[in-house]
Design a binder for this molecule. Structure first.
Ligand SMILES: NC(=O)c1ccc[n+]([C@@H]2O[C@H](COP(=O)([O-])OP(=O)(O)OC[C@H]3O[C@@H](n4cnc5c(N)ncnc54)[C@H](O)[C@@H]3O)[C@@H](O)[C@H]2O)c1
Length: 256
């Protein structure tokens, strides 16, 4: 599968799934821009991908002006933006009664509001070209009860809704909008989540991590590099008729 002659921007590409998708897109021949909170980790991703003509950007998606500036930098550099993947998100562990308005806003500003403005800023440059692939990242937590990180689940439920609304609005203009739902991945956010949950519940970290792995239908966590396969396919020409989809990569974790 090739992404040759396509320009892709991976937001949150300095670590985890975003980095894995950037590496996969580089292998597929895409011209690559990587954004993260600091350009340092974005640049590391480009280096790992062996990309010497890519663009590394500092972007905080909680600040819509930074999203616009970043996307302008991509079009200035490459002349187009064909594919935008937003992996940036945060998860704060707070028991329900301890969620403060500040912590609530912190999660929603990145995961919901930030995701929305990434989608609209990308679409603004894609609409005149009549082509675009927008990929958002959801989570099984939108459908499960996650009392200790309810703000995360709810903020990502907003992403599900935005994905559907944008997909239908932009379908006549050659832009597809889909979300990928990774299962519990190795590394990154889930390692931090395990640590926070162990601290909160007083459980042994290794035992908690083991039980959160063995309770999965596949009895293993998924490597971000595996999930990146879905991002390649959704960005490819073969997926032109796929939109408004919640692409499940959960190994059976999410049923229904
Ligand atoms: N890890 C999992 O098992 C899992 C499961 C389901 C869904 N997800 C989703 O997959 C995506 C990637 O998860 P991950 O485990 O790779 O996470 P990660 O924490 O390893 O990587 C997230 C990246 O986003 C960046 N980021 C955070 N806030 C940002 C901001 N305001 N602006 C720009 N960049 C920002 C971080 O610096 C980091 O590089 C997230 O959207 C997450 O919600 C993860």
């Amino acid at each position: 599968m090739t992404l040759k002659n396509r320009t892709a921007l991976i937001i949150g590409g300095g670590a985890g799934l975003g980095r894995a998708i950037a590496l996969a897109y580089a292998r597929a021949g895409a011209k690559l821009a990587v954004a993260d909170l600091t350009a340092v980790t974005a640049q590391e991703t480009l280096a790992l991908a062996g990309v010497t003509d890519g663009l590394a950007l500092a972007m905080n998606i909680a600040k819509p002006a930074e999203i616009r500036t970043g996307i302008k930098a991509v079009t200035d550099r490459f002349g187009s933006l064909d594919i935008m993947v937003n992996c940036a998100a945060i998860c704060l562990v707070d028991p329900l009664l301890e969620v403060t308005p500040e912590r609530f806003d912190q999660v929603f500003d990145v995961n919901a509001r930030g995701a929305f403005f990434c989608m609209t800023a990308a679409a603004e440059v894609m609409l005149p070209k009549k082509f675009g692939r927008i990929i958002t990242i959801s989570t099984p937590a939108t459908k499960l009860a996650v009392a200790n990180f309810a703000t995360y689940g709810a903020s990502k439920a907003a992403v599900d809704s935005f994905t559907r609304s944008c997909a239908v609005a932009w379908a006549p203009h050659g832009i597809t909008v889909n979300s990928i739902v990774p299962g519990r991945m190795t590394g990154g956010m889930v390692d931090a989540l395990d640590r926070d949950l162990a601290k909160l519940t007083g459980q042994d970290l290794a035992a908690l991590a083991e039980s959160r792995t063995k309770s999965l239908p596949m009895q293993r966590r998924v490597d971000p590099a595996e999930v990146a396969n879905a991002a390649i396919w959704l960005a490819s020409d073969g997926a032109a008729y796929v939109t408004a989809e919640r692409f499940n990569f959960t190994g059976g974790m999410e049923l229904g």
